[in-house]
Ligand binder design. Structure first.
Ligand SMILES: N[C@@H](CCC(=O)N[C@@H](CS)C(=O)NCC(=O)O)C(=O)O
Length: 204
């Protein structure tokens, strides 16, 4: 399998964390997929017409995306139990979607700053994305702490990746520090980031 990859990407990181948790990192070749909407990457484009990463090229030549499709595929392949079935599925799936939406808002800020000339940056747009991030962080602490402290699932992995992305791109994205106002979530994130799978995938 080949993974279209970029180390800073929080969506790619979700996939890498799953591979590390499975002990299967060695089964995937990493292919540089770093690009942006205005400078798409050839390998990323070859496997996903939108040029987004991650995409995973299977050994039979099939390309699958996006991150949620890939993590579900890996979960089934390696029997990881990261996606519970039955009634518990709704919470896990919603939490993963919540984390992905945070990442989407972050990436939109990063692209606004990095890909568009400063003269056309939109403060309203940036503030709107930062507002989404702030509300989503508060909701994690208000409503999701019990779930975050339960058995490992894909929702937790998504949240761990999203929160560390907030730290990683704080300066470029221009959002406020989230840790001071959310002590319970901060404590959870610190513990979660000590997992070997998180340590092995730290963005840089
Ligand atoms: N919904 C997608 C989002 C992926 C995404 O936005 N990836 C970014 C990198 S973090 C990307 O490939 N951006 C390039 C582009 O938008 O053209 C997923 O879950 O995989």
């Amino acid at each position: 399998m080949k993974l279209m990859y970029a180390k800073p990407s929080p969506f790619v990181r979700k996939v890498m964390v799953v591979l590390e948790e499975a002990g299967k990192r060695g089964e995937v070749e990493l292919v540089d997929g770093f690009g942006s909407p205005v400078a798409p990457n050839d390998a990323a484009l070859a496997n996903n017409p939108t040029g987004k990463i991650p995409s995973l090229l299977l050994d039979d030549g099939t390309a699958i995306y996006d991150s949620r499709v890939i993590t579900r595929y890996l979960d089934q392949q390696f029997n990881l139990g990261l996606y519970p079935t039955g009634a518990a599925a709704l919470a896990t799936n919603t939490l993963e979607a919540h984390a992905d939406a945070m990442m989407d808002a972050c990436i939109l800020c990063v692209y606004e700053v990095r890909c568009r000339d400063e003269s056309i940056h939109s403060p309203e747009w940036l503030d709107a994305q930062r507002g989404k991030i702030a509300r989503a962080v508060s909701a994690l602490q208000d409503s999701w702490m019990d779930h975050l402290n339960e058995e490992l699932d894909m929702g937790q992995i998504g949240v761990g990746c999203a929160l560390e992305y907030l730290d990683f791109r704080k300066e470029m994205g221009g959002w406020a520090d989230w840790r001071g106002d959310h002590p319970a979530l901060d404590a959870w994130a610190q513990k979660f980031s000590s997992r070997a799978s998180m340590q092995a995938t730290t963005p840089e």
